[in-house]
Design a protein around this ligand. Structure first.
Ligand code: GLC
Length: 621
């Protein structure tokens, strides 16, 4: 660089050079043969430079801080809270009044559920976006967003926002132009003049919403087109084979980063690339695009990280965290869907062996520059993502086991403690997903006796201890820390009534949050303690390797964290019965003295056995 460059320009130039090998080979392979490639390249360079130029000074300082502390998101002080802004605090500005609650709970990361401007009416909970540059007017403005993100950051809380990559609302400006016949914008989407290709694609596609949005294409006679709509009719899939789409989205990302987002939750990424004869999910190009998007952000807004939402099987999920070809260069976070599914599976069966098998055989002991977003509940349904092979490893039949779990959590299986509801039953495949709040699925709604209430409370705390002790960022889903139940009121809201996921998207019950006794108060206190103990336990840093141990007691999951400062052994009892873990087995795994970092107390063996109470959990050191 010339001697007259400002330090700012020097830094940018260094960032460009560092990430160039991660970026350009991907783009060359994806778009090199596109007629507009050269001008796209120039435009992208210009967009990156403009994004950097517009980046506020305080965020550039944050960039430097995170250069120095690249593990900031892997540390045990990280704990997330996920909420709909309107349901939690009314508006964006309302969030400012709730910072105290978040701090008290021990939160250092908030996920604002979709907050960009959605289409009017049913917007799939905000995932049908008509303007990526504006905040949902019902919640506030971009100016409010910037102010709130600054205020949160000053209090040590990072902000995650949703960015939907697979589709826009059909009311988005690009879609409106496409509908009006502009060929440049028609090329932003996947539009067909005849149903022939759509029919061919359908042969191998799956249906995401078979109940209320069957099929993957929508015919619009008024424009004479069949449009690719994987999700709902109003969500038009973007054509990522067009470099202009890539460029537009980079601009959106840099803008959100410069407004103060720390984490972008990239929605429904698996679906971004289409290939005839496949399910059109997780195709290799998806990972090339995601690596290239990551590289763009590392150049122009490096403090920002990416959370990739891919709710798929373990083998298919890990590449989103860079495993394989894109090691260290793709998502920094991805949802640990298997951990969530296996938690519910182990609770129903009172047996942690399938969970241990899946966690132990499919997941590496550590990841490069990445970690999991761990969760038990979120705004979506639970799909029983357990492969036939994994079920067979435990001598179970895959379809039968999945059907059992659906019946159990729907509450129809004899003896089930759960009170959930079915979501998107697929008659053709027998697939039945489940909605319901953590507390309702854990038994609180059906509990009639004090023992049943106690079991539900302990199941809820077991789940929170598991995600806090696992490694990664535990995400608390709003209301779960208060054991809030199902919200049947959604049936009275016309835009929601068709979608049972609204059963577990309640409005925050602030009265419960201030209660000093009762179930909510107990769960709240328990969750706070778990997060506080996590913060105090350095060995839970996500970069330390993790091993799953076969535990001699079937209902107990044993997770070992190999921290250089000392090994931690997490034990989680999934049954309502006491479990005796042999002292010899503990010693074989290096535990000589008994200190439980979770309860911050010493543990003693009786008859050379560690007695774990019903749903008990310990982090032994
Ligand atoms: C993601 C969201 C889900 C939404 C879908 C389509 O999976 O979590 O709520 O329906 O994307 O945008």
């Amino acid at each position: 660089m010339a001697g007259s460059s400002t330090p700012d320009e020097v830094v940018f130039d260094m960032r460009r050079k560092r990430s160039a090998p991660d970026l350009w080979p991907m783009l060359e392979a994806l778009y090199g043969s596109h007629p507009g490639y050269d001008s796209f390249r120039d435009d992208l360079e210009a967009a990156l430079a403009a994004g950097w130029k517009a980046r506020p000074v305080d965020l550039k300082r944050l960039d430097l801080q995170r250069d120095i502390e690249p593990d900031w998101f892997q540390r045990p002080n990280m704990a997330g809270y996920v909420f709909y802004i309107d349901r939690f605090a009314g508006t964006l500005n309302g969030v400012l009044d709730k910072i105290g609650y978040l701090e008290d709970l021990g939160i250092s990361y908030v996920h604002f559920m979709p907050c960009l401007k959605p289409r009017p009416g049913d917007s799939d909970g905000g995932y049908s976006v008509m303007d990526y540059g504006a905040i949902n007017p019902a919640l506030g403005t971009m100016k409010d967003f910037k102010a709130v993100s600054t205020a949160l950051r000053q209090r040590g809380i990072s902000i995650c926002v949703d960015l939907v990559l697979n589709h826009t609302a059909k009311e988005h400006d690009w879609a409106e132009k496409a509908r009006a016949g502009d060929p440049a914008y028609q090329d932003y989407y996947l539009m067909f003049d005849t149903p022939d290709l759509p029919r061919q694609y359908e042969q191998t596609l799956v249906e995401v919403f078979p109940d209320n949005a069957p099929g993957n294409f929508t015919h619009y006679p008024e424009i004479g087109k069949w449009v690719w709509t994987t999700f709902n009719e109003h969500q038009w899939d973007l054509n990522w084979a067009n470099p202009r789409v890539f460029l537009e989205i980079v601009k959106v990302m840099l803008n959100l980063a410069n407004q103060g987002a720390d984490v972008l939750r990239l929605d429904a990424v698996a679906f971004m690339w289409k290939r005839m004869g496949t399910r059109c999910q997780s195709e290799p190009e998806v990972h090339m695009i995601l690596q290239a998007l990551r590289a763009c952000c590392r150049i122009a807004c490096p403090a920002l990280i990416h959370l990739e939402e891919a709710i798929v099987s373990p083998q298919e999920m890990l590449p989103y965290l860079g495993r394989g070809k894109h090691d260290g260069k793709e998502g920094n976070l991805a949802y640990h869907n298997s951990l969530m599914v296996q938690f519910w599976g182990a609770l129903a069966t009172r047996d942690a062996r399938l969970m241990a098998h899946v966690l132990g055989s499919h997941f590496p002991d550590r990841l490069t520059n990445a970690t999991y977003a761990t969760y038990i509940r979120c705004h979506d349904d639970i799909g029983w993502a357990i492969t036939d092979e994994d079920a067979a490893a435990l001598h179970m039949n895959g379809p039968a086991h999945r059907a059992y779990l659906s019946a159990f959590y729907e509450g129809s299986f004899p003896g089930s403690f759960a009170a959930g509801a079915p979501f998107q039953v697929n008659e053709a495949t027998g697939d039945k997903r489940i909605s319901g709040s953590f507390a309702a699925l854990a038994g609180l709604e059906k509990a009639r006796t004090p023992d049943e209430v106690e079991a539900a409370v302990q199941r809820i705390l077991l789940g929170h201890a598991l995600i806090a002790g696992f490694g990664g960022i535990p995400l608390i889903y709003m209301g779960d820390e208060l054991a809030m139940g199902n919200d049947h009121g959604y049936l009275d809201v016309p835009e929601h009534a068709h979608d049972s996921r609204w059963l577990h998207r309640p409005r925050m019950d602030w009265a419960l949050a201030t209660a000093t006794e009762g179930v909510s108060a107990r769960v709240l206190q328990g969750v706070k303690t778990i997060l506080a103990r996590r913060r105090a336990t350095e060995g839970l840093h996500a970069a330390h390797p993790q091993r799953v141990l076969p535990c001699p007691r079937n209902p107990v999951l044993a997770l070992q964290r190999l921290a250089p400062t000392g090994t931690i052994l997490g034990l989680y009892n999934f049954s309502e019965h006491w479990q005796q873990v042999p002292g010899r087995w503990l010693r074989d795994h290096g535990l000589l003295e008994g200190y439980d970092a979770l309860s911050d107390a010493n543990v003693t063996l009786h008859d050379d056995q560690l007695a774990l109470p019903p749903f008990g959990r310990v982090w032994l050191r």
